[in-house]
Design a protein around this ligand. Structure first.
Ligand code: HEM
Length: 396
C-alpha cells in the first residue's frame, strides 16, 4: 500500500481511509518521510492517539501542532505563543482566561441566538431551490458565531473565515507565501479590533480578553492577536466541514436519513456524535517528543514529530463496532473528533449547539437533497471537508 499522508491528492476525495486501515492493521506507529522536513511518526490506532494526546509530559504541543506550519512562514512572534501550542502549566493559565465563556451552561445561553442565525441562513437560500451548501449555508454559521462572540459585524466574520481556509490549506496547493500572508492579514484585522475594543470596550470576548490578566499582567498585543487567530481559526472551517460532510453522509445513506427524520429531536444527539466521528473535520494534531519514549513498540527519539490521525482513530475496529458503517443510533461512541487531554476542544459545547441548530433548520425546512455537481474537497492534509458542494433541494 502506498502511504502518503502529506500530498493534498491523498485527501482529494475525503480522508484516506484505505491508507488508515492498512496503517492501523500493519504499522500503527509508522515513520513517514517529509520532503524538505525531518519526517514524522504517523499514529493511527485509537488507543495510541488517546495516549499521545493525554501524555503532555512526553508529547509536547510546542513548538507547533502542524507538520509544516504557515505561522512560521509569517515570521517570528518573539517570546509569544498560541495557547494551542503551549504545554501545562503555562497552557492552563491561558485556557483559564476564556474557559468560563465556553462551558456547557455558557454555551446554552447562546442557544436562542444561534437558532435565530440558523433560521436567517436557511431563509437566504430556501426560495432558490439550489445553493452551494458549503459557502452559503454551512460556512455562514461558524462565521456569524465567531463574529458574535468577538463583538464584530457578521460580514467581517465571513472575511475572517476565508483567511482561515487559506491558513488550513496545504502549502503545496497555494501560491508561495500565501499562507503567511493570510496570517498577516488576520493580524492586521485583529490589531484593528484591539484598538477599537480598547477605545470602546463592549460585552464581548475580545474586550474581556483585553481586560484580563495572566501572571498579574495584561496580555501583550501579540498574545491577544494569537488568541484572536486561534478562536477564529479553530471554530470556522471545522464546524462548517462537519455540517457539509454531515449532510453529504445523510444523502449517501438514505436509510440513516430516514431513521433520523422519523424522530429528529430525540435522535439528533446520537446522530450528531456519529456525524462527528464519521467526518472527523480535524485530520491531525502534531506533537513533538520531549524525551526518548516507546509507542506501540516503536522507539521515539527526543525531538521526533508525532502525528495523531483522529480520522484513523475514529474508524478503529478495536474502539468501535462496525466502524465503517454510519450508524446514527450509535451510543457507544468514544470518538476523538474534539481531541482529548489538556487541549480538548474548548469550543465543543458551542459547536454542538451550532450543529444541532443548523441540522434541525436544514432538515426540517429543506428536503429531496441532491448533488447538482460533484463535491470538491479541500486541498488540505490538516482539515477535512467539502470545499464546494452545489446542491438542489425542495422546500419542505
Ligand atoms: C465540529 C467542530 C469542531 C471540531 C471538530 C473541533 C476540533 C478540535 C480539535 C481536534 C482540537 C484539538 C484537541 C487536541 O489537541 O486534543 C480543538 C481545539 C480547540 N478548539 Fe475546536 N473544534 C470544533 C469547533 C470549535 C469551535 C466552534 C470553537 C470556538 C468557538 C473551537 C475552539 C477551539 C479552541 C480554542 C481549541 C484549543 C484548545 C486548547 O489549546 O486548549 N473549536 N478543536
Amino acid at each position: 500500500m502506498k502511504i502518503d499522508l502529506l500530498s493534498p491528492d491523498s485527501f482529494a476525495a475525503g480522508q484516506p481511509h484505505a491508507q488508515f486501515d492498512w496503517l492501523r492493521a500493519n504499522s500503527p506507529v509508522r515513520w513517514h518521510d517529509e520532503p524538505g522536513g525531518a519526517g514524522f511518526w504517523a499514529v493511527t490506532r485509537h488507543a495510541d492517539v488517546y495516549a499521545v494526546d493525554r501524555d503532555f509530559q512526553t508529547y509536547s504541543s510546542e513548538p507547533t501542532i502542524m507538520i509544516t506550519d504557515p505561522l512560521s512562514e509569517a515570521g517570528s512572534f518573539g517570546p509569544y505563543k498560541m495557547m494551542l501550542m503551549m504545554d501545562p502549566p503555562e497552557h492552563a493559565g491561558f485556557r483559564k482566561l476564556i474557559r468560563s465563556e465556553f462551558t456547557e451552561p455558557a454555551a446554552r445561553l447562546r442557544k436562542d441566538r444561534i437558532q435565530q442565525l440558523a433560521t436567517q441562513i436557511v431563509d437566504s437560500v430556501i426560495a432558490r431551490g439550489e445553493c452551494d451548501f458549503v459557502d452559503e449555508v454551512a460556512g455562514e454559521m461558524p462565521s456569524f458565531v465567531i463574529a458574535e462572540l468577538m463583538g464584530l459585524p457578521l460580514e467581517d466574520g465571513r472575511e475572517l473565515y476565508k483567511l482561515t481556509e487559506i491558513i488550513h490549506t496545504a502549502p503545496e496547493a497555494l501560491p508561495p507565501g500565501a499562507g503567511g500572508q493570510a496570517v498577516l492579514k488576520m493580524f492586521e484585522y485583529g490589531s484593528k479590533v484591539m484598538a477599537e475594543k480598547r477605545a470602546r470596550p463592549g460585552d464581548d470576548l475580545a474586550s474581556r480578553l483585553l481586560a484580563c490578566e495572566v501572571d498579574g499582567r495584561r496580555l501583550a498585543d501579540m498574545e491577544f492577536l494569537l488568541f484572536f487567530m486561534l478562536l477564529v481559526d479553530a471554530g470556522g472551517d471545522t464546524t462548517r466541514n462537519l455540517l457539509s460532510g454531515g449532510l453529504l453522509a445523510l444523502m449517501e445513506n438514505p436509510d440513516q436519513y430516514a431513521w433520523l427524520m422519523a424522530d429528529l429531536d430525540a435522535r439528533l444527539p446520537t446522530a450528531r456524535e456519529e456525524l462527528l466521528r464519521w467526518t472527523s473535520p480535524v485530520i491531525y494534531m502534531r506533537r513533538t517528543a520531549k524525551h526518548d519514549a516507546e509507542l506501540a513498540g516503536q522507539k521515539i527519539r527526543a525531538g521526533d514529530k508525532v502525528v495523531m490521525y483522529f480520522g484513523a482513530a475514529n474508524r478503529d475496529p478495536a474502539a468501535f463496532e462496525r466502524p465503517d458503517v454510519l450508524d446514527l443510533s450509535r451510543t457507544e461512541n468514544p470518538h476523538m473528533s474534539f481531541g482529548n487531554g489538556p487541549h480538548v476542544c474548548l469550543g465543543q459545547h458551542i459547536a454542538r449547539i451550532e450543529i444541532d441548530a443548523m441540522l434541525r433548520e436544514v432538515l426540517t425546512r429543506m428536503k429531496d437533497f441532491e448533488l447538482a455537481a460533484p463535491v470538491e474537497w479541500l486541498a488540505s492534509n490538516f482539515i477535512s471537508g467539502p470545499k464546494a458542494m452545489p446542491i438542489r433541494f425542495r422546500a419542505a
